[in-house]
Ligand binder design. Sequence first.
Ligand SMILES: [Zn+2]
Length: 396
Amino acid sequence: MRDRICIVCGQELDGQPLMTLDRMPASAQDIPGMEDLAEDKGISLNLHQCSCCGLVQFDCEPVPYYKDVIRSGGFSTTMVELRKRQYRHFIDFCHLEGKKLIEAGCGQGEFLSVLSQFPVTSCGIEHRESLVLLGKEKGLNVWKQFAGKGEILTSPDGSTSGPYDGFLSFNYLEHQPDPVGMLRCIADNLTDDGVGLITVPSLEYILEYDGYYELIRDHIAYYTFDTLRFAADQAGFEVLEEEMVNRDTLSVIVRKKKTVKENGGRKNPEKLDVSGLLKSRVIIDEELKRLVDELESEGKNLGIWGASHQGFTLASTTVIGDFARYIIDSAPFKQGRFAPASHLPIVAPDHFLTDPVDAILIVAPGYTEEIAKSIVEKFGRNVEILALKSNHLERI
Ligand SMILES: [Zn+2]
């Protein structure tokens, strides 16, 4: 067990958690195989809010692979356009033309390759070897390194080294058990007036629009502009600009402060209202119970589409985990394995042809329409298609 202290300010996480989630998947990426099933079980996650700095976080250990940037989401046009817009603005706003930028946690270089169209020198560090190799295959300047305490960010052959004029970090900080340590390391590898562009998922968005099934152990912390600004400040950065992008993501531009002064924790942050999340658990639970009752009374069975963390969580925390026959997913590396905690088998779409179900519940936020269309094309119109949108079940 990790000491129950805040990952940003070090204050003890005392008092009651905001909520406790039982039977949650232990991880979103390590999908158990047959041989792991005896060991794999759901875990309880306590969501706390630090009474000192206000950061909302789980009090557990991080997932073992928190240094790796596994971007499973498709590389959509919307995302590319968003990055282009952000790069253009960042370079313009911070006068970075001709300057040297480093991406901390670059995965296989999905976003670095977009940056290569801009008039800057770019490189990236990534902890997972296989992703580094994929990035190199694309011709990107990436190497294996993690921005941990005391690290000097230099390529192994010495051809690229600091100080850098700017850094990028896309949806990575929320995985970090020592976010301030990581940002400090980056700051130490920047020029005196070095800048950065950081994005993290927005906690407010999750509270307002998403169900509890968006919470996942991989994301150990849930930031607001307020708590992100505080974490950046603790690492020696000031926030120059804050923007909400894609409706659900916080984006900030930071700059190294001239003098780093330790200013202790803040006091009395506003207590967060998680009633929406708690309500989503009850509503989703009831809706899925009703669905199962209905299908059962008609002698029908159910499949789930989407071996995503949302699908795993719904399967392990509601009745559909026991009722559904399987989870369909088109990613080959997930097929033949099992959903964590619920142990529903994950099968390829073609499995339906030999073992059909009467209804399919799509749990793949952002891809619902696309999947519904392919279900009709592949399996015909007799399959009942359902999807969870926010906290309601809809028939498609
Ligand atoms: Zn704190």
